[in-house]
Design a protein around this ligand. Structure first.
Ligand code: ZN
Length: 198
């Protein structure tokens, strides 16, 4: 790819490393960027660097935030005794968009997958167990309806059961393998309201 020159090649290669961006898209984005006003490109670059620098895990629920404790965990209006366990911050955002869930969350950042070699210690499970020492009434497991999501749900419910805390699983109205963030709000609410105790 030397015919593009060193700088442009470097940019295309860097963009090509992004998820879902193939070689062709990387080239298209690179050409788009170098035709933009310098200010606009700098704004994008700064946004990337600032987010990388300042975004961290909430000390309470492990979601991505730029504060020590995220706004949901900080809010006195939320029911802190109900914890919904999700796989990612994007799943949290999907439930928040419904505006109907009043509890708090716990974000695992992944799911258990023996096939991919991802075990319980590779996700934020210890942090969840630690939270259960507090005043918790119900844990709603809203991991994805995939093999990994189900494995994780089963694992968590087995861990929590002996504590006597109520454990429930969102209803399986959510399509198998479907990432939660792509599911519409009505389906999400139905899944939440139709949850069953494990
Ligand atoms: Zn939080």
């Amino acid at each position: 790819m030397d015919y593009y020159g060193r700088q442009l090649t470097r940019l295309i290669e860097a963009l090509g490393l992004l998820p879902g961006v193939g070689q062709k898209s990387a080239q298209r984005i690179a050409f788009h960027l170098i035709n933009q006003p310098e200010e606009q490109v700098k704004e994008l670059a700064d946004a990337i660097v600032d987010a990388r620098k300042n975004v961290r895990y909430c000390k309470e629920c492990c979601t991505l935030t730029d504060e020590e404790i995220c706004p949901i965990c900080k809010s006195p209006a939320r029911d802190h005794r109900t914890i919904m366990v999700v796989e990612s911050t994007r799943d949290l955002a999907a439930y928040e968009k419904t505006g109907k869930y009043e509890g708090v969350y716990h974000v695992l950042h992944g799911a258990i997958s023996p096939m991919l070699g991802i075990g319980p210690n590779d996700i934020r499970l210890k942090e969840l167990i630690k939270r259960l020492e507090g005043d918790v009434q119900e844990v709603i497991i809203a991991t994805n309806n995939s093999l990994e999501g189900e494995t994780t749900a089963m694992y968590i419910s087995k861990l929590i059961k002996p504590t006597g805390i109520k454990v429930s699983r969102i209803a399986s109205g959510v399509p198998v393998g479907g990432d939660l963030e792509y599911i519409d709000e009505v389906t999400l609410l139905r899944a939440l309201n139709g949850r069953t105790e494990l």
